[in-house]
Every structure is written in structure tokens, then in C-alpha cells.
Design a binder for this molecule. Structure first.
Ligand SMILES: NC(=O)c1ccc[n+]([C@@H]2O[C@H](COP(=O)([O-])OP(=O)(O)OC[C@H]3O[C@@H](n4cnc5c(N)ncnc54)[C@H](O)[C@@H]3O)[C@@H](O)[C@H]2O)c1
Length: 256
């Protein structure tokens, strides 16, 4: 018996086997879910190869969360494989590392900031609404954040995009609650993924975690984060929405 037995789950944002989305897809399958994964653009080819490394090779859908046509055809693509969705995972972010990250905050140009907010925050709403016709009461939407209540070294405009994501999640929780659909985020500590390695100065964040997280922190282990996402997808958080669950070794609760 798994906690996701019988659940149909779409995980959007899987590129490598280091992707948090990959770990979520793996744990979800181990917990009994039928999983679909998605990605966009040139990375889609990599996703199709990486999908074979999951316990069960899942269907790989093309979905650029900024493309209205892709969003509109999502229900059609999904129903080729399953007749509805019980869970949707948003594991997607992008900010131009050349202009927005690594100490460039004061010079970040609006066009790049707008792209970061669209891909990393607005798209949670886009994805949830695209999937809504497939979801019934008891369904769960889960996204990924990096604690946006404070300013970090290097994270710069991605921090602003994450603050927007956190607020978007609360408004989605408000507006989807009447349909019995929950929306929550997992706030993970630094993990060595493709997206993280692209952040100039990411090492500074990793070092802070090494000394301050009371439980310690393994930045190569996506499993604790994936398990929390799966718990939020399951029926074990039936009355929780608009919440942010920290999976950071306890870092967020320490003053120094
Ligand atoms: N790695 C960390 O330290 C860390 C910590 C906290 C939160 N997060 C968040 O976790 C999520 C997953 O990131 P990751 O670290 O696994 O990196 P990743 O690079 O493996 O995953 C990011 C995914 O977003 C996809 N993506 C980008 N633009 C897209 C678009 N327009 N349409 C569809 N997909 C798009 C990429 O193709 C990729 O699959 C992100 O929201 C990230 O900010 C990461």
C-alpha cells in the first residue's frame, strides 16, 4: 500500500535525474501513483531519455507553461493516458543567470524580470487552470519555492519571482478551495540541480546550510523534498491549503 495508490499525477519540469521533479516522479511511482511528466523545448529530448530511468517509464508530454496553445491542449494530451488528474506538480523556474542572478539585482532589466515572473510564478496559475478541467474535489497542486521571506546572496530577482510564486499559491488556494482543490508549496534548501548550478554564487547558499541547518543538509539528496511533495499530493493533508512546508533541515527556524 502506498500513500498515492490509484492517484494520477502530472509532474511538470523534469529534465535530468537530478531534477526535483524526477525525484517526485520516482517517489510518487513507488507510492502507487500513475505518473506523467512534462517539459518544454530542446530539453524535451533529454526528458524522454531520462524518463527511462524511472521505475516505470512514464508518458512524456510537451508543455511550455508560457505557451497558451500548449496549455489549452493539455487536457487532450493527458487524457490520451489517464482519464483525469488527482495531482499536479509545478517544478519549474527560470531567470536569466547573466542579467538577474549573482549580484545583478540593481541592474536587472524589466524584460528579463518579466520573463522570470511569468515562467516561475504566473505559470503556477496557468498550469493549475489548464489542468483544472481534469481535477475533482480532493485534488492537489504542489509547487516548489526557495524561502522568499528574506533576501539572499546571489538569488536576486529569482527571489522576487519566488515571492510572487508564494503569493500566487495563496490566491490559488483561495480560488480553488470551493472546488475542493488544494494548493501548497514545498520550500526546499539548496539542491544541486541544473537550475541551481546556473546561479552564480549558489555555493555561498550551500555553505550557509552546511553550518546552520540543525538536521544537517545533503544538497545532493532530492528524496526528502520529493517525499514532502508526495505527502502534500496524498490524502494525508486533506485540510491544508495555501501552506508552505519547509524541507530545509530546519534552517528557516534558526536565527544564526
Ligand atoms: N535546486 C534548488 O536548490 C531548489 C531549491 C528550492 C526550490 N527549487 C525549485 O524547484 C523547482 C525545480 O527546479 P530544479 O532545481 O529541479 O531544476 P531543474 O532545472 O531540474 O528543473 C527546472 C525545470 O523547469 C523547466 N522549465 C523552465 N522553463 C519552462 C517553461 N517555460 N515551460 C515548462 N518548463 C520549463 C526546465 O526545463 C526544467 O525541467 C524550481 O521551481 C526551483 O526554483 C530548487
Amino acid at each position: 500500500m502506498g500513500i498515492l495508490d490509484g492517484k494520477r499525477i502530472l509532474v511538470a519540469g523534469v529534465t535530468m535525474d537530478s531534477s526535483i521533479g524526477f525525484a517526485v516522479a520516482k517517489v510518487a511511482q513507488e507510492q502507487g501513483a500513475t505518473v506523467l511528466i512534462s517539459n518544454f523545448g530542446r530539453a524535451l529530448g533529454i526528458t524522454k531519455r531520462i524518463a527511462k530511468r524511472l521505475p516505470v517509464e512514464p508518458p512524456v508530454l510537451e508543455l511550455d507553461v508560457t505557451d497558451e496553445e500548449h496549455l489549452a491542449r493539455l487536457p487532450e494530451l493527458v487524457t490520451e493516458h489517464v482519464d483525469g488528474l488527482d495531482g499536479v506538480v509545478h517544478s519549474i523556474a527560470y531567470g536569466n543567470p547573466e542579467t538577474l542572478l549573482g549580484g545583478k539585482f540593481l541592474d536587472g532589466p524589466w524584460n528579463d524580470v518579466a520573463q522570470a515572473v511569468q515562467v516561475s510564478a504566473y505559470s503556477l496559475k496557468s498550469l493549475a487552470m489548464a489542468a483544472k478541467p481534469l481535477m475533482g474535489s480532493g485534488s492537489s497542486v504542489v509547487g516548489m519555492t526557495f524561502d522568499a521571506t528574506v533576501a539572499w546572496p546571489a538569488y536576486d530577482w529569482m527571489g522576487v519571482a519566488k515571492a510572487s510564486l508564494e503569493s500566487t499559491s495563496r490566491y490559488l488556494a483561495r480560488d480553488l478551495g470551493a472546488d475542493g482543490i488544494r494548493c501548497n508549496l514545498v520550500s526546499a534548501g539548496p539542491l544541486r540541480t541544473l537550475a541551481a548550478k546556473a546561479i552564480p554564487g549558489f555555493g555561498d547558499l550551500e555553505e550557509m546550510w552546511g553550518t546552520r541547518a540543525p538536521l544537517g543538509w545533503d544538497n545532493t539528496d532530492q528524496d526528502p523534498t520529493a517525499r514532502a511533495v508526495c505527502a502534500l499530493l496524498s490524502d494525508f493533508f486533506p485540510a491544508t491549503t495555501g501552506e508552505i512546508v519547509h524541507v530545509d533541515g530546519g534552517f528557516h527556524a534558526m536565527g544564526a
